[in-house]
Design a protein around this ligand. Structure first.
Ligand SMILES: O=C(O)CC[C@@H]1NC(=O)NC1=O
Ligand SMILES: [Fe+3]
Length: 410
């Protein structure tokens, strides 16, 4: 159906993920969806609907499940090259430090990314984005962070924009220039942060190429003081903030994100009770990235029980990146969040729908089957929504609808 014609979706089982409905998954039986102009106009009891009198496309779902489109709220999917060779070395026991000394790690992806022009970068990243879309992703966050110069960070963000313009997907672009210290600033992290806040961030903001700013706040990344400088610059340029925080240690980065009213605190394996309280008070989303935890064979798990008890919304994302989470599968991330972190299948589905929407500042319009939300929805060949976190790799997506238009699934 085309987005311009209204459409009626009947005989479906709606996992609305809307907390306005008390049932698990916000399940609505015997309800119809009315889509118009790329949005959900109404979710209404089917008994009151007369398809014969409807001037538009009518879809009979024959009892299939419908969920909101999936939102992958934390990816680094625009990059060049691969880190498979260094992974093989690590598995053969070569220590991290030696790999870094030999030019491995983030810097090797920076070299490969700088080498490509914008079009080549978009082309090389396309299969990763298509893999996410094939599983049902309709909105995806894409970070920079492998350019680390003004031109190359803008190039990454422009490649992300080019991907959005060429595919039925919505991209939320995030500037992560504060991802690592580039070789030309070796030993001068403060000097690089000055370059980020004086040159890179203002241009990305002026060009409208990023809606949020992220920082890797970590012992092997940037300090809280440096993180604060970037967040202050983001606020001065009207950009939202989020952070890679408490991934490998507790530098209280989550509290810093909360202080700036940030959208999300991501990784948070080392988050403590004070951090949980700060996220709750600020309405900041906790983003769980089980792929990196799994790939790095970490042992410290995020405080899911504390987050759940405090009512902090938990999102789940792939953290798709070549170094610590080379997984282009949001359903794998859902499964890992359940198996490794103890989320329920319903929490995992909320983590890739309404909570992921909030992590991108889109809580009012994305991630739920509700009037006023975008008409991004997925039609499934499943018997129960729990299957979406349970299995990986089985092609159960029957239809992917983006802004009211059903897409062909290659
Ligand atoms: O290794 C890479 O390429 C990115 C690692 C990734 N970035 C970050 O801030 N934390 C991570 O796990
Ligand atoms: Fe990440």
């Amino acid at each position: 159906s085309s987005a311009s014609r209204p459409s009626l979706w009947l005989n479906a089982r709606l996992a609305s993920m809307d907390p306005a409905h008390p049932a698990p998954y916000g399940v609505l039986e015997n309800h119809a969806l009315l889509l118009r102009g790329g949005n959900i106009e109404a979710v209404l009891p089917q008994a009151g609907v007369d398809p014969a009198a409807f001037d538009g496309d009518v879809h009979d779902l024959q009892g299939r499940w419908i969920t909101p489109g999936f939102i992958d709220c934390h990816t680094h999917l625009v990059y060049g090259g691969s880190r498979a060779a260094e992974w093989e070395k690590r598995l053969n026991g070569v220590p991290y430090q030696q790999i870094a000394a030999e030019g491995g790690g983030i810097v090797s992806t920076v070299r490969a990314t700088r080498w490509l022009d914008e079009e080549e970068l978009a082309l090389e990243s396309l299969p990763r984005l298509k893999a996410l879309m094939a599983e049902g992703v309709t909105t995806v966050e894409i970070k920079s962070g492998y350019g680390l110069t003004q031109a190359d960070e803008i190039k990454q963000l422009s490649a992300a924009r080019r991907l959005q313009d060429s595919l039925p997907v919505e991209v939320a672009a995030t500037l992560l220039a504060a991802h690592a210290v580039p070789p030309e600033y070796a030993g001068d992290a403060d000097g690089y942060i000055a370059y980020v806040v004086d040159s890179i961030l203002p241009l990305a903001a002026r060009a409208g190429l990023a809606e949020a700013v992220d920082v890797f706040c970590e012992s092997v990344g940037f300090t809280p003081a440096q993180t604060r400088r970037v967040f202050e610059a983001a606020r001065a340029h009207g950009l939202k903030v989020k952070g890679h925080v408490e991934q490998l240690s507790n530098l209280h980065g989550a509290e810093l994100v909360a202080e700036f009213g940030g959208l999300s605190a991501d990784h948070i394996e080392y988050l403590d009770a004070a951090g949980v309280a700060a996220l709750k008070a600020a309405g900041t989303v906790a983003v769980l990235l089980p792929g990196a935890f799994y790939f790095l064979r970490e042992t410290q798990k995020p405080p899911v029980a504390l987050l759940r008890a405090a009512g902090v919304p938990m999102a789940v994302s792939t953290d798709l990146n070549p170094g610590t989470s080379p997984f282009a599968s949001i359903r794998l991330a859902m499964n890992q969040a359940c198996v490794l972190f103890g989320l329920s299948p319903e929490e995992a589905l909320a983590g890739v729908t309404r909570h992921a929407a909030r992590a991108l500042g889109r809580g009012a319009t994305h991630g739920r089957l509700a009037a006023g939300c975008v008409a991004d929805l997925l039609v499934w060949d499943i018997d129960h929504p729990a299957e979406l976190a349970y299995s990986v790799g089985v092609p159960q997506l029957k239809q992917r609808v983006f802004r009211g238009s059903a897409q062909n699934l290659e």
